[in-house]
Ligand binder design. Structure first.
Ligand code: S3P
Length: 186
């Protein structure tokens, strides 16, 4: 977890950034949270698709390194938003040290999930090329590789939550209101 920084306040003008593993609900929760907070919502995967087309096709044509480079520049663009926004990042965005550096100035929420939830939510995994032919096994491996990175970047960690989307948003809003910055584990 990130260490407390002096003189920081909750609810200030920073972006709220959702990070976490594939299937954790960053896009759907981000959109609902943004509606609740009356902020714009942007999603790095959606932005990528609008600019470059489908992610699986991009991976197969250009490879993961090219995807990561584009993702890094899109994330930097989105984090530089003129209005405080809710920003959902693709699950691998935090692999970039540059992106992790930029996240230090944002309010970062990790959405966690269990392996069982991932198995239900990922389907055949075809929309996520990094999962390959055995999505759940790949997801588990990738989760283990990245979990600490997510936690280190986060100000708030939301435990796995199976509630209705509106209730998940309630939980996050409560965490935002009651959790002191950089004191996660909600
Ligand atoms: C990826 C996660 C995906 C997407 C891409 C790579 C990853 O986003 O950016 O397929 O490496 O974890 P979601 O986390 O929204 O599924």
């Amino acid at each position: 977890m990130r260490q407390p920084a002096a003189a920081e306040q909750r609810g200030d003008g920073r972006n709220i950034v959702l990070i976490g593993p594939m299937g954790s609900g960053k896009s759907t929760v981000g959109a609902a949270l943004a509606r609740r907070l009356h902020r714009p919502h942007v999603d790095s995967d959606h932005f990528f698709v609008a600019r470059h087309g489908s992610i699986p096709e991009y991976f197969s044509l250009h490879g993961e390194d090219a995807f990561r480079a584009e993702e890094r520049s899109i994330v930097a663009e989105l984090l530089d938003s003129p209005r405080p926004s809710v920003i959902s990042l693709g699950g691998g965005a935090v692999l970039s040290a540059d992106t992790r550096g930029l996240l230090r100035d944002q309010l970062v929420i990790m959405l966690d999930l269990t392996e069982d939830q991932a198995a239900l939510r990922l389907g055949d995994g075809s929309s996520r090329p990094i999962l390959g032919a055995h999505p759940v096994q790949a997801w588990k491996r990738i989760y283990a590789e990245r979990e600490q990175i997510y936690r280190d970047c986060a100000d708030i960690v939301m435990s796995p939550d199976d509630a209705h989307i509106d209730v998940r948003v309630d939980h996050i809003v409560r965490a935002l209101n009651t959790t002191s910055r950089r004191d996660p584990s909600v």
